[in-house]
Design a protein around this ligand. Sequence first.
Ligand code: ZN
Length: 222
Amino acid sequence: MGEPSRPYVVCPVCGHAFRVTYASTYVTVGREADLCPKIPGRPSDGARLIRSAVTMCPVCSFAAGEAFDELDLTFDERYGIEERLKEDGLLKVFRKGQPPWLGFHAAEVCGKERSLRSRELGDLCLRASWVCRKEKERPFESTFQLRALRHFMRSLQEDDLIGRELSVTTYLVGELNRRLGNHREALNWYVNAGRTTEGDPRVAWLDRLIDRQSKLAREQAA
Ligand SMILES: [Zn+2]
């Protein structure tokens, strides 16, 4: 693992300047079936590395997966984000305690105002569920899996996904359904995902995963 860099960033919403820690690169040893990276060491260290994918302002809670200096928010967006952050129920309750998933939740809230695609919003929620699992926050893991699932379903209808992104998103709808206990639903979506790969050798890994997880869902559905 390289030395983390600690540059200053300026919040594009409230103007607060603060230092962030970017994990430079990290070693993974494969992925779990919902694509959560397996990271050597303690689970909480892995959770910290996954969390470094989003930056959250400690003052106003604005959060994003992109570098803050690359964001060019309009006046209306800034205003809308401030309002959403002020009104958000989970932020009201958890802002002080700073649970490990909070940055992803805040990034989702802000992402809606920034009109991020459903695929991106789903990705934020999926990552939040990974952090919850590594931190053993079971109820929140399911909460974020369900939110990721809904965003991915919407994404399949609205985002014009193609190629690998379409296949992976369809597969994730299956896998999240399986993890939430909807095994029959999961099986249907694995079949859909298999149709999108059409034997493309670049996603052979996904075909293998679909086979394996379908077997698992069939056993669980029995
Ligand atoms: Zn701020």
